[in-house]
Design a protein around this ligand. Structure first.
Ligand SMILES: NC(=O)c1ccc[n+]([C@@H]2O[C@H](COP(=O)([O-])OP(=O)(O)OC[C@H]3O[C@@H](n4cnc5c(N)ncnc54)[C@H](OP(=O)(O)O)[C@@H]3O)[C@@H](O)[C@H]2O)c1
Length: 331
């Protein structure tokens, strides 16, 4: 099968298009024909050898995909051959075929295209877990989303709105702010041209926000923490800007909390809540609440370029890689 192959830890530029053997599904796994996958920032971290998991060489990156079930491993009962599905993957989405856990493979929702499915599972499920179970976001609260025009950020904006929150999206350029507003944010603030805390406090009459969804960290964290009001919850979701240190004294005085959220680890401990998250996402999708933003669609041969769009901050929403676009049209 054709795949974008990682043979050594390094820059995404070292990935090569080539041939790999088709993987074999083990017990409770399925083999998928991948129609579309999408780029995640974590792919670049994995290829650099700095991700939480390190696959054996050679491997294809790609943490999610949408396509057709073509083979069932022993014990799989929730899926059948020919099912149109989306899946969260350990890796391997940038390839014509990939193995997925049956428990992390879901039927595409009604009217969902393969491209939308490829852009959905990781961003929406991770953001839902973060906001619903870790941030405990409630209707009527105010949510601040950093990196709001990114893949996870856009999902958090839409999910925040479906949960009844007032949403402030924060991003680095006017173009990104416009996209965030078009996708439902109530307000948008630019953290490149102005101070994040000052803008958020102005929008909240000095009270601050209840929850901050933070896929960025780094230097932005200090200002984000000061934007949290009484009892506010800061969700550490990702560290594209670097891993910040949490000053405990600034949690104490305003009864704030800093919580982590990781889809990968959450599913090990609370698979029941993950099932509930997917059910809530499906219901909201059915009502038309979600419209995954896809700024670029590229073929597999341009997979490196797809990842580069993320590392160079040029994407808005998701970048989809069309692995077998003819199947998209025929299905
Ligand atoms: N915890 C979980 O369950 C989970 C799940 C999925 C992803 N993640 C993590 O969340 C983070 C974001 O992932 P993603 O796939 O949503 O990424 P993405 O689509 O590339 O979005 C990241 C956003 O961060 C902002 N950013 C700020 N500083 C940046 C920098 N130095 N380099 C790149 N972007 C920067 C960019 O917006 P501006 O240009 O507007 O600042 C960009 O839109 C990653 O660390 C990823 O590993 C965590």
């Amino acid at each position: 099968m054709r795949a974008l192959i990682c043979r050594n830890w390094g820059d995404i530029g070292t990935l090569e298009l080539g041939e790999m053997p088709v993987p074999e599904p083990g017990p409770d796994q399925v083999l998928l024909d991948i129609v579309a996958t999408s780029a995640n920032y974590a792919d670049a971290i994995m290829v650099a050898g700095k991700y939480q998991t390190k696959p054996e060489f050679p491997f294809a990156p790609g943490l999610e995909g949408a396509g057709l079930v073509v083979k069932l491993g022993k014990g799989v009962e929730n899926l059948k051959i020919g099912d149109r599905v989306m899946a969260k993957l350990a890796h391997g989405g940038f390839a014509e075929q990939a193995v997925a856990e049956a428990s992390e493979t879901w039927s595409l929702f009604d009217r969902m295209s393969f491209a939308d499915g490829a852009a959905f599972a990781v961003a929406y499920l991770s953001a839902h877990v973060a906001l619903r179970w870790q941030g405990r976001l409630e209707a009527g609260e105010t949510l601040l989303v950093l990196g709001a025009a990114g893949g996870s950020g856009m999902a958090a904006v839409e999910i925040g709105k479906t949960m009844g929150a007032r949403v402030i999206g924060a991003a680095s350029s006017e173009k990104k702010l416009q996209a965030v507003l078009q996708h439902g944010a109530d307000h948008a603030v630019n953290y490149s041209s102005g101070n994040l805390k000052d803008q958020v406090l102005e929008l909240t009459r000095g009270e601050g926000v209840d929850v901050c969804f933070d896929p960025v960290g780094g230097d932005l964290f200090d200002s984000a923490l000061s934007s949290l009001g009484w009892g506010g919850r800061h969700i550490h979701y990702g560290f594209v800007g670097g891993v910040p240190r949490v000053p405990a004294n600034r949690l104490l005085v305003k009864h704030r909390s800093a919580v982590g959220s990781s889809l990968r680890y959450f599913q090990n401990f609370r698979p029941d809540l993950l099932v509930q998250s997917m059910a809530e996402l499906a219901a909201a999708y059915d009502k038309g609440a979600f419209n995954p933003v896809i700024s670029h669609r590229l073929p597999l041969e341009r997979g490196v370029e797809a990842l580069r769009l993320l590392t160079e901050r040029k994407a808005v929403g998701k970048v989809v890689v069309e692995v077998a676009p003819k199947k998209e049209i025929n299905q």
